[in-house]
Design a protein around this ligand. Sequence first.
Ligand SMILES: C[S@@+](CC[C@H](N)C(=O)[O-])C[C@H]1O[C@@H](n2cnc3c(N)ncnc32)[C@H](O)[C@@H]1O
Length: 253
Amino acid sequence: MEGPSTTETFDAFFSDFYLRAYAADESEAEAKAQALAAARLAGCPEGGELLDVPCGFGRHAVPLAAAGYRVTGVDRSAALLEEARRRAGGARWPKLASADYRSLPFADASFDAAVNLFTSLGYLGDEEDTRVLAEIRRVLRPGGRLVVELLHRDQLVLRFREQDWRLLGEGRLLLEQRTFDAAAGVAQTTQTLIDGGGERESRSFTVRVYAATELTAMLARAGFAEVRCYGDLDGTPFGPDTRLVAVAASPSP
Ligand SMILES: C[S@@+](CC[C@H](N)C(=O)[O-])C[C@H]1O[C@@H](n2cnc3c(N)ncnc32)[C@H](O)[C@@H]1O
């Protein structure tokens, strides 16, 4: 196995397929609680300018805007952004922008804080993912914090299952088959959606799964001054069998 999949492969996954697998069955209350906890951990002031990158179908950006933050969500998936717009229902906030996170369409120092949630790094490989982190740092104000929340290598290895399935609404099934290349630190996943009538549709992709040590080093290379690791968005201690939540501050002047 080599590095992560191509952008075209991810675009084919973060599409109508992803909406069918994740959007309909998601708990809005849980997403709202995560979003508010992430904004707190990021130290975003009340009503502050907050970047949700990538924002997907808006499950965090919409409740954050309702809580009074001036949120901007960015994503490169047209299908997911369309769903985010539908959920925003024409409200003034969040603002939603179609862009690749390698090149954010904002001036330097535009935001008080930023969040990158639900394993939204690892699609580009070490060098380009570090460039994404540097791009997010560029648009943060001095002292502004970024919260990254993801599945990290230790937990992937501890919990590794070659196959898994989840029952979705309307009797649909989501099947997952995985392999992990421990030398390269990349995981390959094939997801298969099986609808009530037995019709199947599959997508496969490969992502780089970072260890906490690697992500911390990448954040430092991207120019962040201080990095802390937690086990969840409420700030519980980090360990091999928790999620990884890294909080990184853009240097103060
Ligand atoms: C796992 S989803 C998580 C989205 C959101 N943070 C959430 O929790 O629902 C990852 C997102 O990354 C987006 N994405 C992948 N590569 C991207 C890129 N190069 N630029 C911008 N967005 C990208 C996808 O379109 C998708 O919405």
